[in-house]
Write a protein that binds this ligand. Structure first.
Ligand code: AMP
Length: 249
């Protein structure tokens, strides 16, 4: 069984992003880029399934600019067998990515598609769900445990009231939550090995997908700055402020 793992190149989670002065977006020039953390968890999970002998091939896929190749090499250093880059300079929104992934699902026929639950740049939390709808596949989002058998996968999900366990028939779409696993560190020998693995490049046109944006960003702005705090003399003063100033009680 093949597993398809979509990985997104995003601004590294340690970077403090800045809004462009014209409010059109976030400045990503000369900023460190990395694999979306939830996608690292997805690659790790797929590789663990392969190491258990339940999966025959792990295919990483990224959609975006040519530099996404670096993200794909990282996925292959973690243990993915080969990679596909759908290369475009166009701005890709979740629906466009889901359509590209649907075309790849038709082509590769994976038994499982494991995505991150959300990308930390757009925080959309949409692509996995849209892919499941477009490909008409069962989905289990926010997975914290995955147990695979030959024709079924059991997924434990973190929900408000506790844990929910779903049984899905294959093929299926899963999105990863933070507690699913702790991704391994990539070693130098594996980085070297990854350089030799197969990486195919396609264009959205090759997959017959129109990736034109459907949503328009009107404005991006910084969150308001936090004001300085005040010290209150006693509990009565605190309660008075909460009641009459903040009006929260
Ligand atoms: P989002 O819906 O944008 O929050 O992204 C959810 C997940 O979809 C990510 O964690 C990735 O697994 C996948 N994804 C989103 N955008 C891309 C992309 N450009 N290339 C590959 N995978 C993507």
């Amino acid at each position: 069984m093949k597993v398809l793992v979509p990985v997104k190149r995003v601004v590294d989670y340690n970077v403090k992003v800045r809004v462009k002065t014209d409010g059109s977006g976030v400045d990503i020039a000369n900023v460190k880029m990395s694999m979306n953390p939830f996608d690292e968890i997805a690659v790790e999970e797929a590789v663990r399934l392969k190491e258990k002998g339940l999966v025959s091939e792990v295919i990483a896929v990224s959609c975006g600019v040519a530099q996404c190749q670096e993200t794909l090499r990282t996925a292959m250093a973690i243990g993915a067998d080969r990679a596909i880059l759908v290369e475009t300079d166009a701005e890709l929104q979740p629906l466009a990515v889901a359509k590209l992934l649907k075309a790849l699902v038709d082509k590769e026929q994976p038994g499982l598609i494991i995505l991150g639950k959300q990308a930390i740049d757009d925080d959309a939390n949409q692509t996995g769900q849209m892919l499941a709808a477009l490909a008409d596949l069962p989905q289990a989002t926010f997975a914290s445990k995955v147990e695979l058998t030959a024709d079924k996968v059991s997924v434990t999900r973190e929900i408000d009231g506790g844990l929910e366990t779903l049984a899905l028939s294959l093929p299926a779409v899963i999105t990863t939550d933070l507690r699913l696993n702790e991704p391994r560190y990539v070693t130098l020998p594996n980085i070297m090995k990854a350089k030799k693995k197969q990486l195919d490049t396609l264009k959205p046109e090759d997959l017959g997908v129109d990736v034109a944006p459907r949503l328009k960003t009107l404005k991006v702005s910084e969150p308001p700055k936090r004001g300085a705090g005040v010290k209150v003399a006693d509990i009565a003063a605190l309660v008075d402020k909460l009641k009459n100033e903040a009006k929260v009680i």
